[in-house]
Design a protein around this ligand. Structure first.
Ligand code: FE2
Length: 190
């Protein structure tokens, strides 16, 4: 079965004013859709045709890896945001305090990490046993190739924010922070 494009889990204008309808139309309908189409086209008539997305990510190289990982990363990213105000669960809060000192220190570390990521990539919160960690990955990096459990991700490719914020990545990150779907983050804890 071909890889399919996940629908956005909210309306295109639901994240305004931080992320506009125009950004989500381009980001989901052009960029994310493009990665899905490329994954299917590059898999065609190869051992990857009909395989599950995770299998492709873990085994493919080059363009097929890039496009399949970007497909996964975007589906994960959409679910990390919500127009509904949420808060970290008690368990998540305790783990964040254990690993980063406080919620404020975690926010500062995450935003600093995402602001300073050079070029295109993704800033992740991952779980490694009882510890949480922030990692930056360039281009299509996804932590599942290192068997690390993703909890949260922010897309820091320019296509995620250039329409709304031009080059002001830090401004986009502040908006992203206010949109985080903490229920989804907590649901990813093992
Ligand atoms: Fe993106």
């Amino acid at each position: 079965m071909a890889i399919t494009l996940d629908a956005l889990p909210y309306a295109y204008d639901a994240l305004e004013p931080h992320i506009s309808k125009e950004t989500l139309e381009f980001h989901h309908d052009k960029h994310h859709a493009g990665y899905v189409n490329n994954t299917n086209n590059l898999s065609k008539d190869t051992e990857f045709e009909g395989k599950e997305l995770e299998y492709i990510i873990l085994n493919a190289k080059g363009g097929l890896f890039n496009n399949s990982a970007q497909t996964f990363n975007h589906s994960f990213y959409w679910r990390c945001m919500s127009p509904k105000k949420t808060a970290p669960s008690a368990k998540l809060q305790t783990m964040i305090e254990h690993s980063f000192g406080s919620m404020e220190q975690f926010k500062e570390a995450f935003i600093t990490s995402a602001t300073t990521l050079f070029g295109s990539g993704w800033t992740w919160l991952i779980q490694d046993g009882n510890e949480l960690a922030i990692i930056n990955g360039s281009n299509a990096y996804t932590p599942i190739i290192d068997h690390k459990k993703p909890l949260l991700v922010c897309d820091v490719w320019e296509h995620a924010y250039y329409i709304d914020h031009r080059n002001a990545r830090a401004q986009y990150l502040e908006g992203f922070w206010s949109l985080i779907n903490w229920d989804f983050v907590a649901s990813n804890l093992s």
